[in-house]
Write a protein that binds this ligand. Structure first.
Ligand SMILES: [Ca+2]
Ligand SMILES: [Ca+2]
Length: 233
């Protein structure tokens, strides 16, 4: 009898801890958004469309276009040095034990060698995306060099002294190159987080009424707000 009671209590607890989830999909289709911020030698974040060709430190490149839709993100490492990070999303209001999943597609035509991309995360104060607290780690998987490939990871938030998680694209270049520069492309960002959290990403600002424009800029900063799709697990 006592054992049965314990089991029933455990099941109830597990059920009450399951949070409703929100999922964000962003493919840069607004034609304006780029990134929320960066660290290191991150250069030329631009919202691009169509084929991209030219040459960088890794040689000539040719990208036929977006992974889906018509728009995608371009970033570069210039000059070459360190491991630049592009901040793709900022999840705030997180609590200990929360799970956050993130994925994006990166373009890579060099299998088994740099240049390559990786998904990574770090903890930050939810009030300031530039307040680095500590690494949140990720997997050791790189883009596979077959063209567009997907990178993903799930983090269990450890709480501690903060409430924010920054999702990064990390850029890995050859250590030297002809013009001291490497170009990278990213598309189809997806973030899943508990409903009580807030997901920020670099979407276009909504078109405002003229008189409310200054107020809106003051209120929002330059960050996009979320159109989010809710689902329950
Ligand atoms: Ca796209
Ligand atoms: Ca590569």
């Amino acid at each position: 009898m006592f054992i049965k009671t314990l089991i029933a209590a455990g099941v109830a607890l597990a059920t009450s801890q399951a949070h409703a989830l929100q999922t964000l999909d962003y493919g840069w289709e607004d034609g304006v958004g780029t990134i929320l911020g960066s660290f290191g030698n991150l250069a030329d974040a631009t919202n691009v469309s169509g084929s991209q060709s030219g040459s960088d430190g890794a040689g000539s490149y040719s990208v036929s276009g977006a992974r889906s839709g018509s728009r995608f993100l371009h970033v570069a490492e210039a000059p070459l040095g360190g491991t630049p990070q592009a901040y793709l999303a900022f999840i705030t209001g997180l609590q200990a034990g929360d799970q956050v999943s993130a994925s994006f597609w990166g373009y890579d035509s060099s299998a088994g060698t740099n240049p390559s991309l990786r998904i990574w995360g770090h903890y930050a104060d939810g009030a300031d995306i530039n307040s680095y607290v500590k690494s949140a780690g990720s997997s050791n998987t790189y883009t596979d060099g077959s063209g567009w490939s997907q990178l993903s990871n799930t983090w269990t938030f450890d709480g501690g002294a903060t409430d924010g998680l920054v999702i990064e694209a990390r850029l890995y270049s050859m250590t030297s190159g002809g013009n001291n520069r490497t170009d990278f492309w990213i598309d189809d960002l997806r973030i899943s987080a508990p409903d009580h959290a807030t997901i920020q990403f670099a979407a276009a600002l909504p078109v405002p009424e003229p008189e409310s424009y200054a107020l809106m800029l003051a209120g929002l900063g330059m960050m996009g707000c979320i159109a989010r799709r809710r689902s329950r697990r």
